[in-house]
Design a protein around this ligand. Structure first.
Ligand SMILES: Nc1ncnc2c1ncn2[C@@H]1O[C@H](COP(=O)(O)OP(=O)(O)O)[C@@H](O)[C@H]1O
Ligand SMILES: [Mg+2]
Length: 236
């Protein structure tokens, strides 16, 4: 099956060439585990290969993510400026629309309609879509309602042939009873293990599911460096 590079060489090796083309992958993990960075690797590599990309942000400022990418040596700025990478910041758009300060902060969690509307007009022209972070959608919905919204987005992306990354924080994933995991082609978890006695943490990337792909090593130790995520073992 055809694959798209994840932007991380060792991860490409681990999942037999990269993310399955035209399919959706769900990435979960706690705050600070590197989810956004994982998304940036994928976007930067895809843009560098000439692909059309879309990044939907629901919680972080666009300017912060742009700076983060630059600091990690994978600047997405030029691709944004050239129009190859479209960024839709739902969070900032909502804040800008709120005219009175009395309403400030209200409705910021409701992102589903915005995501669906935006993708309806952009997904057909995109090769790659990253949603960071779809977990916002779990906060104001019951698990079943969330599952309906999630599958609408997922089907829209599948029909458009986009290779997509859904990024979700662990806490939101728990709220959804893990339902989105069964609706995607693959799931990867970023796991942070705290070792308080030595004051250090260890981070593992766990490839829980990757349909049609042989994944011989499921848990891989990784670190975050100046150049982003580096998998330090787990190479076949
Ligand atoms: N240059 C760097 N060197 C080491 N660690 C870094 C560097 N840049 C970022 N990090 C680490 O990456 C984490 C942020 O990753 P991010 O992808 O934004 O997390 P999240 O999972 O919350 O999206 C920070 O907590 C920090 O520890
Ligand atoms: Mg993040």
């Amino acid at each position: 099956m055809e694959s798209l590079s994840t932007g991380i060489e060792e991860l490409d090796t681990l999942i037999d060439g990269g993310y399955p083309k035209g399919k959706s992958i769900l990435v979960t993990g706690p705050p600070g585990s590197g989810k956004t960075i994982l998304g940036l690797h994928f976007l930067h590599r895809s843009c560098a290969e000439g692909k059309k990309c879309v990044l939907i942000l629901t919680r972080e400022l666009t300017e912060d993510v742009r700076l983060q990418s630059k600091n990690l040596g994978m600047d997405i700025g030029p691709f944004v400026d050239s129009g190859q990478l479209l960024i839709n910041n739902i969070f900032e758009d909502k804040i800008n629309k709120l005219k009175s300060t009395a309403r400030f902060g209200k409705g910021l969690c409701a992102v589903d309609t915005d995501i669906i509307e935006y993708l309806s007009s952009t997904a057909s022209g995109a090769d790659v879509v990253v949603i960071d972070n779809i977990g916002m959608m779990a906060i104001d919905h019951e698990a079943r309602e969330f599952a309906d919204k999630f599958s609408s987005i997922s089907i829209l992306l599948l029909k458009s042939g986009c290779t997509s990354l859904f990024i979700m924080d662990d806490d939101s994933y728990t709220l959804t009873h893990g339902l989105p995991g069964s609706m995607v082609f693959g799931t990867m978890k970023l796991i942070v293990k705290e070792n308080l006695s030595v004051g250090r943490t260890k981070q593992y990337l766990y490839i829980q599911k990757m349909r049609n792909k042989p994944v011989p090593i499921k848990y891989s130790l990784y670190i975050i460096t100046q150049a982003g995520i580096k998998i330090v073992n787990g190479i076949r």
